[in-house]
Write a protein that binds this ligand. Structure first.
Ligand code: GRG
Length: 292
């Protein structure tokens, strides 16, 4: 995972070079938000799914960087006073704390826009229809019926603006949108780049759905059990905000069992692949056993 993380970091670095112009302030904030931090789970999924097919490393790196840019933009905006109002992210002051709110909004916007510019580069794939499909799929995953929609539901739930109670089905749907869809794009993007046969692409999609949910349940457990130091972000926020989570619905033990069961199920979806998928199998274990 570390090798892929370094390669993606270097690539992000080269895609967002400073030029010495006054607008570099927003580039600096974009770089701060996206370089040298995080687990790099989503780029890792892109690189590994691409490795299952005949895909040039340079193409997969562009997609991995674009996906991480979207993820980092969502973190910058999620931390803003209008949303989660957080001071700490990846063990450092959040972008609006280091600069100011306006710069953080612009840095998030800059990362969001840059992601699609990178996908559209000819270096992402020689076939324009593949580039177009990547753009469409990432827009769907991160848009109003995907990550942004999930964030909207989460905010409404927190502010008492939802009609129905947040039960398991509602929480599962919200997380499938808010975090699952980007994880899903990461897993399926390799199949898009490799023009893989439908059943193989579907297997990766199914893997990602169980992986995404397992990831979120683990995240809810860590919010209760982890320390702010270990997590690099404020711990215990869900309970403090009175949020309905997998832990509040299931309790810690059943939540842990559920996450492990989903990780096992995720791995079973990869039976169509040989040992080339072993690192994807390992990532399912990592997601539920991780400490941050
Ligand atoms: C503001 C448009 C907008 C969307 C925000 C994804 C999201 C939606 C907000 C992130 C807030 C959050 C804590 C979500 C829970 C799970 C999650 C996505 C955690 C962060 O992802 P990691 O653990 O982070 O992969 P690193 O830093 O390792 O990349």
């Amino acid at each position: 995972m570390r090798l892929a993380a370094q390669a993606v970091n270097d690539h992000l670095d080269s895609l967002m070079a400073e030029t010495g112009d006054p607008e570099d302030r927003v580039i600096q904030a974009m770089r701060y938000a996206s370089l040298d931090g995080g687990k790099r789970l989503r780029p890792f999924l892109v690189m590994q799914s691409a490795s299952l097919f005949t895909v040039a490393n340079s193409c997969a790196l562009n997609v991995a960087a674009a996906l991480e840019m979207i993820h980092c933009y969502s973190l910058v905006h999620d931390d803003l006073p209008a949303m989660d109002n957080d001071d700490l992210r990846r063990g450092r002051p959040t972008v609006h704390r280091k600069w100011d709110e306006a710069t953080a909004i612009l840095a998030g916007d800059g990362l969001l826009t840059k992601a699609f510019e990178v996908l559209a580069l000819t270096g992402t794939h020689s076939d324009p229809s593949v580039r177009c499909e990547l753009v469409t799929e990432l827009a769907l995953a991160s848009g109003a019926r995907g990550m942004i929609g999930g964030q909207m539901i989460d905010l409404m739930a927190e502010r008492g603006l939802l009609d129905q109670n947040q039960d398991m089905a509602a929480i599962t749907r919200m997380h499938a949108m808010k975090t699952g869809r980007l994880i899903g794009f990461g897993c399926v993007s390799g199949a898009i780049l490799g023009k893989a046969a439908r059943p193989l692409r579907q297997a990766l999609g199914n893997f990602s759905r169980d992986l995404g949910l397992a990831f979120q349940i683990a995240d809810d457990i860590l919010d209760v059990e982890g320390s702010t130091e270990e997590l690099g972000k404020t711990a215990g926020k869900d309970q403090a905000a009175g949020k309905v989570t997998f832990v509040s619905l299931l309790g810690l033990e059943r939540a842990r069992e559920q996450a492990r069961m989903l990780a096992d199920q995720a791995v079973r979806h990869l039976e169509v692949f040989d040992e080339k998928a072993d690192l994807l199998r390992a990532v399912a274990r990592f997601v539920v056993e991780r400490q941050n």
